[in-house]
Design a protein around this ligand. Sequence first.
Ligand SMILES: C[S@@+](CC[C@H](N)C(=O)[O-])C[C@H]1O[C@@H](n2cnc3c(N)ncnc32)[C@H](O)[C@@H]1O
Length: 230
Amino acid sequence: MPILNKRLTLAAEMLGQVKSVADIGTDHAFLPIYLIKEGLAERVIACDIAEGPLSVAKANITKYGLADKIELRLANGLLGLEPNEVDAVTILGMGGETIADILTDSPWVKNPDITLILQPMSCDDRLREYLLCEGFEIKSELGVESQGRFYTVMKVAFSGNIPKVGKEYKYIGKLLENPNAAAITFVNNRLKSMKACMRDIEKVERKRDLYNELKLATEAIEKMVTNYVK
Ligand SMILES: C[S@@+](CC[C@H](N)C(=O)[O-])C[C@H]1O[C@@H](n2cnc3c(N)ncnc32)[C@H](O)[C@@H]1O
């Protein structure tokens, strides 16, 4: 079995046991192979927008003798799937805005019975904002250090509710509900970049609203860090 890095391993753990899952942007198909080998999924539809990754995925799937359990599809986002084909979707290793676009293009994911595992490489704040406005609930969010970088992995499902959240929510989501070392580092790195941004825009009149938002959010995060991290 391919050795999964800690980022993909955490995503698999957070997914848990499902019947069928679509892995979007599968690349090498390491996650689908792991899910089947570990008995976490009965069937995987592994999708990628590009031919190159799919041929690597095909070679890996053949190597592990899993062609009857993992189906490959050349598709943009979720567009290669029919509604109700899967009960879970993983979208890992892409930018947060791309992940949001992929969800927007396939509104059938607005189904409380579909579990989404999302792992943005960037713009996690934009993704959280999108999820909130569109009625998706982050059920849990965990930090992970993998190969020297810090990531956030979210377990999400549609609820249709738009809860009232604090100013800090879009920047750190639910990371401090499970304050492991990786989550704390992620949050501290986020605080640093928010403060750097505040310094850059402090004197820019037309960015006053953003400055004020960042000020309130950083204050809230600092308070939370003190409360959560004993
Ligand atoms: C950095 S790799 C991530 C691979 C794997 N998911 C991981 O997290 O290790 C991104 C993959 O997503 C694919 N991709 C990018 N945009 C996509 C889209 N809109 N739909 C499907 N696949 C996409 C790329 O071709 C590439 O194989």
